[in-house]
Design a protein around this ligand. Structure first.
Ligand code: NDP
Ligand code: KAL
Length: 257
């Protein structure tokens, strides 16, 4: 237990189940004394989230639906958050989606529709939620998103999602400039492979996990808790001088060839 986010209202987007990176983040933020607000898309995710919260004796400030493909849904969700919480001090964006058909084979075969969907949900959504959240971030604060090294290098099968993550990381920098004048910082965590619902069933995932254990300086897997603590750092005053940054939480994998 620490008090890094004591009495701060933090919105967490993207808990689907206990394996979600956003759930690891939730635990770090809860241990730091934050008041937590959650958004979900699917009803099934809401049910899983509510079970997890009660099992871990975490009392959420609010749980609200938000489909980031839909502008009205985003506006309504943040309006409700603003009304219930007053001030927002932090936002965790842990949301991405691409059709499984686009996550194999040649990137050149990506359909226009598939490209736009990946960009829409995985990248544009950060700008859209920043726009709505900043209205209530009147005391400054932090925004943190989740990315992957497939934005910087060609990682087989990551394909359209790598391009979406490259756009997401560029968005982090442009958004950091926009909201910096309001004392809001925007950063990304670039995590190594973690077995989550999203990762399940996508081709090549197991190989990516084992290569981290073999080659990364720390020779061990990355887990949700490590990402949770790094996200906590970026949201907290400890990172008050850090914005527009992509912080790798990948056992150091990105520095080796
Ligand atoms: P999860 O499957 O646990 O989480 C993905 C989340 O995205 C779900 O909660 C899902 O909500 C949400 N989501 C998808 N589409 C929408 C939408 N239109 N509106 C709102 N929410 C939506 O996977 P992870 O925890 O692995 O993924 C979280 C983030 O971490 C993603 O950005 C991912 O790219 C990133 N990441 C993951 C890595 C890994 O190895 N797992 C490595 C590096 C980055 P719902 O289920 O309710 O639809
Ligand atoms: C090179 C890696 C291997 C995997 C390749 C692509 C992974 C893409 C991630 C993307 C978010 C996965 C999906 O969108 C899955 C989706 O098509 C099907 N799943 C779902 O609909 C479930 C039910 C819901 C909860 O998922 C979502 N997203 O809503 C990359 C690996 C090594 C690292 C990973 C997994 C990175 C990452 O970005 O997630």
């Amino acid at each position: 237990m620490n008090a890094l986010l004591k009495d701060k209202n933090i919105v967490v987007m993207g808990v689907a189940n206990n394996r979600s990176i956003a759930w690891g983040i939730t635990q770090s933020l809860h241990n730091a004394g934050a008041n937590l607000i959650f958004t979900y898309r699917q009803e099934r995710s809401k049910q899983k989230l509510e079970k997890l919260l009660s099992k871990h004796e975490i009392e959420p400030k609010l749980v609200v639906a938000c489909d980031v493909e839909d502008d009205d849904s985003i506006v309504q969700a943040f309006q409700e958050v603003g009304e219930q919480a007053g001030t927002i001090h932090g936002l965790v964006h842990s949301v991405a989606f691409a059709n499984t058909d686009e996550l194999k084979g040649d990137y050149a075969d990506t359909s226009r529709e598939g490209y736009l969907m990946a960009q829409n949900i995985s990248s544009y959504s950060l700008a859209a939620v920043t726009r709505e959240a900043r209205k209530y971030m009147t005391e400054g604060g932090g925004i943190v998103t989740q990315t992957y090294i497939g934005s910087e290098r060609v990682v087989p099968n990551y394909n359209v999602m790598g391009v979406a993550k490259a756009a997401l990381e560029a968005s982090v920098r442009y958004l950091a400039e926009d909201v910096g004048k309001d004392g809001i910082r925007v950063n990304a965590v670039s995590a190594g492979p973690i077995r989550t619902l999203s990762a399940k069933g996508v081709a090549g995932f197991n190989d990516k996990m084992s290569v981290v254990e073999e080659k990364a300086p720390l020779r061990r897997q990355v887990d949700q808790d490590q990402v949770g603590d790094a996200t906590l750092f970026l949201l907290s005053e400890l990172a008050r001088g850090v914005t527009g940054e992509v912080l790798h939480v990948d056992s150091g994998f990105h520095i080796v060839t």
